[in-house]
Write a protein that binds this ligand. Sequence first.
Ligand code: PRP
Length: 209
Amino acid sequence: MLNVALPKGRIGEKVYGMFEAAGLECPSIRENNRKLIFENEAVGVRYFWVKPSDVAIYVERGAADIGVAGKDILLEYEPDIYELLDLNIGKCRMAVAAREGFRDNAQKTLKVATKFTNIAQTYYTALGRDIDIIRLNGSIELAPILGLSDVIVDIVETGTTLRENHLQVMETIVPISARLIANKAAFKFKNDAIVSIVNKLSQTVEVSK
Ligand code: PRP
């Protein structure tokens, strides 16, 4: 049985569609209910709906053999897993943004509000810039508007949230997309099943590019 952690939500449903097309169907998953685990014994697959930011934890600890996580989460938490495939969906970017017209003074410590403290710290350390990190859990865009921070490090997808709050991208740190990841031991012991799904999914990814 291959245990698969899917990120709950729109991306997860897209991902399930890709797995289904690759032969790992589990029709009961499409039933409209609050169940979190779905199994198709005939095909040898069990799916779990997991909070997107928790997928890597399930996979790292072996509760799931494989899963789909955003590159943002992988960069932020650096889980000890294998990253097998870029699924080319859920595309966005990690960026530095500030109020329109903001001028950075390189002599001053930069106040950075973010949920992604590791990504932000790594980025500014590489630039040799001193920063003061303010860790927030959401609505990060408020911070520079209220003077809580100079800039934010956050995910930008369409750019609408920034635009509607009079903020703008200063720098792109890294492009983000959904990645297929595997538990290291499972990759060894369930190698045939995992390699086969990677091969099938990569064909789907190629076609959709
Ligand atoms: C993310 C991110 C931005 C927004 C960007 O938030 O933090 O707020 O999406 O998308 P846009 O460029 O298309 O406007 P999300 O909705 O994931 O919720 P969060 O505030 O909990 O992070």
